[in-house]
Ligand binder design. Structure first.
Ligand SMILES: C[S@@+](CC[C@H](N)C(=O)[O-])C[C@H]1O[C@@H](n2cnc3c(N)ncnc32)[C@H](O)[C@@H]1O
Length: 248
């Protein structure tokens, strides 16, 4: 009996060592901390393909002025800003120059962005910042709140909407994509999910912006580490909308 207990304990220890040596960040840092995200960006390429809707907004902005300014908050690897633009103009140069301000609190994400080889028409400014302490951002033609509101604490939500909406230039856009509550979605500790109605109410009260995409919610499958050191399949509800300073 004692022999079996020792064998089982040894096996558990071995599994523990294997998990923590493969996904060391998960064991060392609490889920959704900056250290955890450093580990995430060290080992993955994020969420793959850029978003088609963001690409269409770039298409409509291109050529409208000499330099288009973009702010990407919680940019990660720049999937929706840097990577989208580079893909959009892979075969022909844009009519405008672009400057993208990437805000993130993960050093690794920002290092990856700063180390990219860029075309002459694109400049990236990386800013290390905690979204919960953000009080100002540069004025921009496109502001992205894409996969970051889940990490904004309740008491900071109004300020983030205030700071971001005020920064949108005339003729510009605010993109909001975030996880929301819903039956069947996994509740993940470290993420602040709210109802779609709450987000819609907040956004509808912004006086200088109006919805150009009616908010939608869809149930989506995802697969990545959720803080236990291994990739897990899960479902979540994704809220999406675009607001514009142009009143149609
Ligand atoms: C879910 S990922 C989204 C990345 C990217 N926007 C995308 O859609 O592919 C969240 C990103 O926000 C960053 N992040 C999370 N909490 C943050 C916080 N409190 N302040 C600043 N950045 C944060 C993470 O480092 C990570 O890069």
């Amino acid at each position: 009996m004692l022999n079996w207990t020792i064998r089982i304990r040894s096996l558990m220890l071995l599994v523990g060592i294997l998990i923590s040596s493969t996904f060391g960040f998960a064991a060392e840092a609490p889920y959704a901390s900056s250290a955890w995200w450093d580990g995430f960006w060290k080992t993955t390429d994020g969420w793959g393909k850029p978003n088609e809707r963001v690409m269409s907004l770039f298409k409509s902005l291109d050529g409208s002025k000499k330099t288009i300014t973009v702010v990407d908050i919680g940019s990660g690897n720049g999937r929706n800003s840097v990577l989208t633009l580079v893909e959009l103009f892979a075969t022909k140069d844009p009519e405008s120059n672009y400057i993208i301000h990437c805000f993130d609190y993960s050093d690794l994400a920002l290092l990856g962005l700063a180390g990219r080889t860029l075309p002459g028409w694109l400049e990236i400014v990386t800013v290390k910042a905690d979204v919960n302490a953000l009080t100002s951002i540069p004025n921009a033609d496109l502001v992205l709140l894409y996969g970051i509101l889940e990490y904004v604490e309740e008491q900071n939500l109004s300020r983030i909407f205030n700071v971001t909406s005020k920064a949108v230039n005339e003729g510009g856009f605010l993109v909001v994509v975030t996880l929301v509550d819903g039956e069947g979605a996994l509740k993940i500790s470290g993420e602040f999910t709210r109802s779609a109605e709450e987000y819609t109410r907040h956004l509808a009260s912004i006086s200088n912006l109006k919805f150009i995409d009616t908010p939608t919610v869809s149930l989506r499958p995802d697969r990545h580490d959720l803080g236990r050191g291994y990739a897990e399949d899960h479902l979540h509800y994704v809220f999406r909308t675009v607001l514009s300073s142009l009143f149609f």
